[in-house]
Design a protein around this ligand. Structure first.
Ligand SMILES: *Cc1c(COP(=O)(O)O)cnc(C)c1O
Length: 234
């Protein structure tokens, strides 16, 4: 058994245990394998172990990997863009990815909608919310997020699926759960106001249990699957 295969099994066991511990159906939580900095061979290895959904943070790296894998016949994988996105880099993302989790302003969403090729299904998107305040610079401020969600939901070639957050790192589970709970409460509020949402993207290698306990439907896990990243090689 390769390390990636064994790590995937271990992460799935953590998700299962966390879901059961709070009475949730483990199949309601899907695993996004975050492959940033890892070469296409690592994605192939995870795919051989049954993993289908992969996350990328950097436009160039992610697009190159997608092109390389599709050319090699891996056309059944699902690609999620989860990193910061500048408006001059939206086109390659709109042309290749299935999901974008990191919508933080309307301009980005409008460009993705305009640039989504007509022969592809709508791009599935989440609005990224800054729920940790000063501690995090990424994501839309909570007090503007409802308006952004309504505007994104109205765009023709996007489907708004839910919310994403990257809470500030915290040591104990109670502190990890707090921002996740705020995101879930905001999500419930938007649903009560009539937005059709089914996705809460939160939880990473160190805090996936806390996120699952607070209702995460997608956890984004890199290190616990592929190992510690070495940024000096990128
Ligand atoms: C890198 C990254 C992850 C994965 O983080 P790990 O701690 O390696 O599991 C998840 N979400 C986002 C947005 C990331 O940038």
């Amino acid at each position: 058994m390769t390390p990636i295969f064994a790590n995937l099994q271990a992460v799935k066991a953590r998700i299962d245990a966390a879901a059961r511990a709070c009475g949730r159906d483990p199949s309601a939580v899907s695993l996004l394998a975050v492959a940033k900095t890892w070469p296409a061979e690592c994605v192939v290895e995870a795919a051989a172990a049954g993993q289908r959904a992969f996350g990328e943070n950097y436009v160039q790296e992610g697009c190159d990997k997608i092109d390389q894998l599709r050319a090699a016949g891996h056309s059944d994988l699902e690609w999620h863009f989860i990193g910061p996105l500048q408006s001059n880099k939206t086109r390659p993302v709109a042309e290749r990815f299935d999901w974008v989790h990191s919508i933080d302003r309307l301009k980005i969403a409008q460009r993705l909608s305009e640039q989504r090729p007509a022969d592809l299904p709508p791009l599935q998107v989440c609005v990224q919310v800054n729920i940790s305040g000063e501690a995090s610079k990424s994501g839309c401020d909570l007090d503007q997020a409802a308006e952004l969600c309504r505007a994104v939901a109205a765009l023709p070639n996007l489907t708004l699926r839910g919310l994403m957050a990257i809470p500030a790192p915290a040591e104990d589970e109670a502190a990890q759960r707090e921002p996740c709970r705020r995101l879930r409460q905001f999500y419930e509020q938007l649903r009560a106001e009539g937005l059709v949402l089914d996705t809460l993207s939160m939880g990473m290698s160190h805090d996936l249990e806390a996120a699952v306990a607070e209702g995460a439907t997608i956890v984004r896990v890199g290190t616990a699957i592929f190992g510690a990243r070495d940024y000096s090689k990128t």
